[in-house]
Design a protein around this ligand. Structure first.
Ligand SMILES: NC(=O)c1ccc[n+]([C@@H]2O[C@H](COP(=O)([O-])OP(=O)(O)OC[C@H]3O[C@@H](n4cnc5c(N)ncnc54)[C@H](OP(=O)(O)O)[C@@H]3O)[C@@H](O)[C@H]2O)c1
Length: 251
């Protein structure tokens, strides 16, 4: 679980992690629980969420629904008020990429959906969390796709660039009370990224100085740090988590 130091940075706190039945969101929830926190998860599929909650134990609960559905968000915050009466941390982890191809060939309905889920829903979860009394910090899950050209998934990159800038805008607007940071991972081994590495993992890993692809726990550690008081004087930052891929050696 990556918590060998016996840290308890989330004791007495409640966190909401969206898109957390598997992958990066689940690993973040796992880390928060390992450090003594309570966590509320969301995702669309109720059965997968039930399994995730069973794995995490009594500190976890979940509400199923679509991240871009206002009624679902209202249900989540009603659950948090009822079950916990407080909210300390928000992790905007849900992100989608339903299309692959050039911008020239992009279907505009798909583009709209990507921006609705990845950008506008991130803002809406944040606004609703503030209304619900969010007390401490927010981490948004962006991507290295938002830090440069990302051929084939360009509009996804545009949406993640917007998440990075949204992080800056919110950090400015919500200081000093709430800190807002982001992470920008490269390829992490989850269902979401499977097409990018399946069947050719050693070939893809060769592009990474640290000589392997990322795993969800590689993201959960930095997210836990940014959420916690260890990052008390850090806001508006995006931490790149890329196994050194961005170093840019000339070899
Ligand atoms: N994996 C990577 O290489 C990588 C790299 C950079 C950034 N990221 C970002 O990391 C985040 C998590 O990705 P992941 O790789 O962990 O994906 P994943 O393993 O596919 O997990 C995605 C999670 O989000 C839920 N979800 C998907 N669409 C949703 C929606 N519209 N509303 C609510 N929940 C939804 C999924 O459950 P349901 O399907 O049941 O809803 C699942 O729990 C995303 O923002 C992604 O853009 C991933």
């Amino acid at each position: 679980m990556g918590n060998d130091a016996g840290l308890r940075r989330f004791a007495g706190t409640v966190s909401l992690v969206t898109g957390a039945s598997r992958g990066i969101g689940f690993a973040i929830a796992e880390r928060i629980v390992a450090e003594g926190g309570e966590v509320v998860l969301t995702a669309r599929t109720a059965e997968a969420l039930t399994e995730a909650v069973e794995q995490l134990g009594p500190a976890a609960s979940a509400v199923a629904g679509r991240a871009d559905d206002a009624d679902h968000r209202a249900e989540v915050f009603a659950h948090i008020a009822r079950a916990h009466g407080r909210l300390d941390h928000l992790v905007n982890n849900t992100g989608i990429n339903p299309v692959y191809g050039t911008l020239a060939a992009l279907d505009v309905a798909a583009a709209r959906k990507i921006l609705e889920v990845n950008v506008l829903a991130t803002l809406e979860w944040t606004r609703a969390a503030l209304t619900a009394g969010l007390a401490r910090s927010i981490v948004n899950v962006a991507s290295v796709a938002g830090q440069g050209a990302s051929p084939g998934i360009a509009l996804y990159g545009v949406s993640k660039a917007a998440v990075i800038n949204l992080t800056l805008q919110l950090a400015d607007e919500l200081a000093p009370g709430i800190r807002v940071n982001a992470v920008a991972p490269a390829v992490i081994k989850t269902d979401f990224a499977r097409a990018l590495f399946e069947g050719r993992e050693s070939e893809v890993s060769a592009a990474y100085p640290l000589a392997r692809l990322g795993v969800p726990a590689d993201v959960a550690g930095p997210v836990a740090f940014l959420l916690s008081e260890d990052a008390a004087w850090i806001t508006g930052q995006t931490i790149t988590i890329d196994g050194g891929a961005g170093i840019g050696g000339l070899a």
